[in-house]
Design a protein. Structure first.
Length: 254
């Protein structure tokens, strides 16, 4: 079994103590409760304070949880709620489309897959929850880059790898593509990431009408396309799914 890191264990104990006890605690209270020397406790608190996880009251000198910890907690809850709200709708989309469904959010300059519904057939498939996908050449990524300024900036600042001969990598080509995404309300990827594979996706909005994720389907080009065009009923299903999840998150009708 891997050895734990004592300083991290102690820092976690400090945060749990501040979260579960009185609103503010002094250095002596924290040190005595956790069985730490005052110098050790003070060093932990100072580091946590520098990172924004702990705040010190200027008058009393007592400590409380900081805003950065709250921000991280809200980020987790947002993603958790997004996935929870999308479960039923994404299952319905997989059944109606006959294709695999992905739910993605922006994470460290890419798309983090937070939910994946298998294609409803007997084929062998690999669960891809937790997988990172690129922003510039996936339908889900393009949706995020089109509607989220942070995602757009991260995509433009990153080194954009060419996965196939169809992958768009130039800034001008991508900007033109994103303008089309905003005009249509959905994005597509036709063999830009994998040969023979296409995808399409639409944005998910929250109650503030901010884009918090994207949902889409992925499958073989010959199944998603008909007469050289994406099947219109498939586009409608993906957009309906995105709207339904958005409404569940509190977004007004759109």
């Amino acid at each position: 079994m891997a050895r734990s890191i004592q300083s991290l264990e102690r820092a976690a104990a400090v945060l749990r103590l501040l979260a579960g006890g009185e609103r503010r605690l002094g250095l002596s209270d924290i040190a005595s409760t956790l069985g730490l020397a005052k110098g050790t406790a003070h060093g932990l608190l100072r580091t946590l304070q520098q990172e924004g996880f702990v705040e010190q009251d200027a008058v009393s000198g007592r400590y409380q949880l900081g805003a950065e910890l709250l921000r991280l907690g809200n980020s987790y809850l947002d993603v958790h709620e997004l996935r929870a709200r999308a479960l039923v709708w994404s299952d319905d989309l997989a059944r109606s489309s006959g294709e695999a469904v992905y739910l993605g959010v922006l994470h460290h300059g890419g798309v983090l897959v937070v939910h994946h519904v298998f294609r409803p057939d007997d084929s062998r498939q690999v669960l891809e929850i937790g997988v990172m996908q690129p922003l510039h050449c996936t339908a889900v990524g393009k949706v995020l880059a089109a509607y989220d300024p942070v995602a757009h900036a991260e995509m433009m600042d990153a080194e954009r790898e060419s996965f196939t001969e169809r992958t768009l990598t130039s800034e001008a080509a991508l900007e033109e593509c994103l303008e089309l995404v905003r005009a249509r309300g959905w994005a597509s990827d036709v063999e830009e990431t994998w040969d023979g594979v296409a995808s399409l996706a639409a944005p998910i909005l929250d109650r503030r009408r901010l884009t918090v994720g994207a949902v889409g389907v992925t499958g073989a080009v010959e199944r998603l396309y008909r007469d050289g065009e994406l099947r219109p009923e498939l586009v409608a299903s993906v957009r309906d799914c995105a709207r339904a999840v958005s409404r569940d998150l509190g977004a007004a009708r759109f």
